[in-house]
Design a protein around this ligand. Structure first.
Ligand SMILES: [Zn+2]
Length: 169
């Protein structure tokens, strides 16, 4: 599943495979160090309106192109997960959200990214603005729970289920 890396991203020397801690890892002989591979962290936003409807975006890029999903994206270096969730939400929907609660942290293997994705899901209970699609989204709209379309990612369905469970308590 994971694409083969041939060269050290730091010095450009050819990489070899070497065992450490029970895993085969990439190793740079030139710098004598392991090149670790880790999941990619993404932040995802679940925004509900006063009627309990859920904000979704219609994706215009792969993975999941032409499918609905929760707004979200990868966390930039130096950015907190909540900041990333808010930034991606605003870029994709023009909605400014506040009052985050962590729903859960999930992980999902991604063929597209050749790694696993760590999905950090937040519920935002307050927001301002009207959904207007931008960036990677072709459309953005609130959906009633009973009329949710098929979602692009299993992890997003799981976050919605967990949120519903949380909100009933
Ligand atoms: Zn190197």
């Amino acid at each position: 599943m994971i694409k083969v890396k041939k060269f050290c991203p730091y010095c450009g020397a050819p990489l070899v495979k070497k065992e450490s801690e029970g895993r085969m890892r990439y190793y740079c002989n030139n710098e004598q160090r392991f090149i670790y591979e880790n999941p990619l962290p993404a932040a995802t936003s679940l925004v509900t309106d006063g009627d309990g409807r859920i904000l979704l975006v219609y994706r215009d890029i792969q993975p999941g192109r032409f499918k609905w999903a929760l707004p979200g994206g990868f966390i930039e270096v130096g950015e907190s997960p909540v900041e990333a969730a808010k930034r991606e939400l605003f870029e994709e929907t023009a909605i400014e959200a506040s009052h985050p609660t962590l729903i859960d942290v999930l992980h999902e293997n991604s063929k597209f990214y050749h790694t696993s994705i760590l999905i950090i899901g937040y519920h935002f209970s307050k927001f301002t603005g009207t959904p207007k699609a931008g960036d990677d989204a072709k459309d953005a709209a609130f959906f009633p729970l009973k009329k949710l379309p098929e979602l692009a990612f299993d992890g997003h369905e799981e976050l919605i289920k967990k949120y519903l469970k949380m909100s009933k308590k």
